[in-house]
Ligand binder design. Structure first.
Ligand SMILES: [Zn+2]
Length: 422
């Protein structure tokens, strides 16, 4: 089994500017914090933002930092390309709250041989944890010491965009008007509400975030959440016969009526599901939190009606007003918007071809910032940034993935400038 080597990484970044930039960025602890109401939710995001502001200013750009900590930089077009379509490129500053992002100690596994990777902590990334590793034999891979996440989600995306901006400002890459956005608190679902589309002012956008080499995300779930409230009737157990109604048993009854084969643990690919993620309460009242997911709009509507029918069944069995459901819309499948505005997806497909990276178009079994932006009128698919096993200590980044992400993003800028969408 191979181990990460800190010295080997130090040597490698001497002649790999993009990797060096990435390693510099992961030194910032930008873990998002659910429990904070601050904007952004953690000070580290402001610190990394300040660093990026500095780098962008050194490139003679005039970046701004909004009051929520979002960094926005407009890169003027190459002369003669001012009237081309306006492209926004986004990456996020924060890392997932699931694992520590402090004192990240990256190390390099050289020319991965295929027998798993032992981290300094003794934890092992094997092919069971990470089947994707099998695709990276012979490649250099950046790993953690096993006590933190790596932060490739999404500092790989930030490194790619910064590396690209350096090549845009002196027109080494021909480009139309480009807006770079580094968002905050993506991992805790707050990022897009801090983004002002009038300030961004673009025709379309692309996020560079997460995912294995070659991935282009063009669809997400349609998503709805539901709170189901059960009202019981408390009677002393000594004299409860025929009178007591137990709200907890109603909740259990409700859960049992959900189809077993339509849960996250029993579905994959393009199948939707129901998922109960929280139940709390007592005999008198119980509340159940669940999510409904479906790639088809009609499919989500059918799931909504099914949950309502279960509420009716519970009321029929336990008495009127025993149960009610409150629904909240969460996000919509961006595929609907992207089909109406196919140009940006076509540019992306062309960019993969131009960069010579085999493309796999993916259906994301979740939501993305792009889903939200697309539904607000800014069509926005996602291009891979390259990290694997995100959000935990097994996160790693095959170095060729990082370079491939850069090549595709650069090619995208060129395709848009040259109008190559076929
Ligand atoms: Zn991400």
């Amino acid at each position: 089994m191979q181990k990460g080597d800190v010295k080997a990484l130090e040597a490698k970044i001497k002649d790999d500017d993009l990797l060096k930039l990435f390693i510099d960025l992961v030194a910032f602890d930008t873990r998002a914090d659910f429990t904070s109401q601050d904007k952004p939710s953690s000070i580290g995001q402001l610190r990394l933002g300040a660093r990026l502001l500095n780098l962008l200013s050194n490139l003679k750009l005039k970046p701004i930092q909004t009051k929520e900590g979002v960094i926005i930089a407009k890169v003027p077009a190459t002369q003669g390309y001012e009237n081309k379509e306006r492209l926004c490129l986004l990456a996020h500053l924060d890392t997932a709250p699931d694992a520590s992002g402090a004192n990240v100690k990256p190390a390099l596994v050289e020319k991965y041989k295929g027998n798993g990777i032992e981290l300094a902590s003794g934890d092992v990334i094997d092919h069971e944890i990470s089947p994707e590793l099998a695709n990276h034999l012979g490649e250099d891979i950046v790993v953690t010491d096993g006590t933190t996440l790596l932060g490739g989600d999404d500092k790989a995306g930030i490194a790619v965009l910064m590396h690209l901006v350096e090549r845009l400002v002196d027109d080494r890459v021909v480009h139309g008007p480009i807006t770079i956005v580094f968002s905050v608190d993506e991992e805790i679902g707050r990022s897009t509400k801090y983004l002002d589309l009038d300030v961004i002012d673009c025709d379309f956008a692309v996020t560079v975030d997460g995912c294995e080499r070659g991935e282009l995300d063009v669809a997400t779930f349609n998503a709805e959440g539901a709170k189901i409230i059960f009202k019981g009737k408390v009677v002393h157990t000594a004299v409860a016969c025929g009178k007591l109604k137990n709200a907890l048993k109603m909740a259990a009854d409700f859960i049992n009526r959900l189809p077993e084969e339509e849960a996250p643990e029993t579905t994959e690919g393009r199948q939707g599901f129901y998922h109960v993620h929280d139940v709390m309460g007592n005999v008198e009242q119980a509340e159940l939190m669940m999510i409904l997911r479906d790639f088809e709009k009609e499919g989500l509507e059918a799931r909504h009606l099914f949950v309502e029918s279960l509420v009716d069944e519970i009321n029929a069995k336990y008495g009127i007003n025993s149960c009610e459901a409150i629904f909240v819309k969460q996000y919509e499948n961006m595929e609907t918007v992207l089909k109406e505005h196919p140009k940006i997806v076509n540019y992306c497909r062309q960019a993969f071809e131009r960069a010579n990276i085999p493309l796999s178009e993916m259906y994301v079994r979740g939501g993305t910032d792009g889903a939200n932006l697309s539904c607000r009128g800014l069509p926005c698919p996602n291009i891979f940034a390259g990290p694997l096993n995100c959000h935990g200590i097994y996160e790693c980044l095959p170095v060729p993935n990082l370079h491939a992400s850069f090549e595709v993003t650069k090619a995208l800028v060129e395709c848009v400038a040259l109008g190559e969408d076929k």
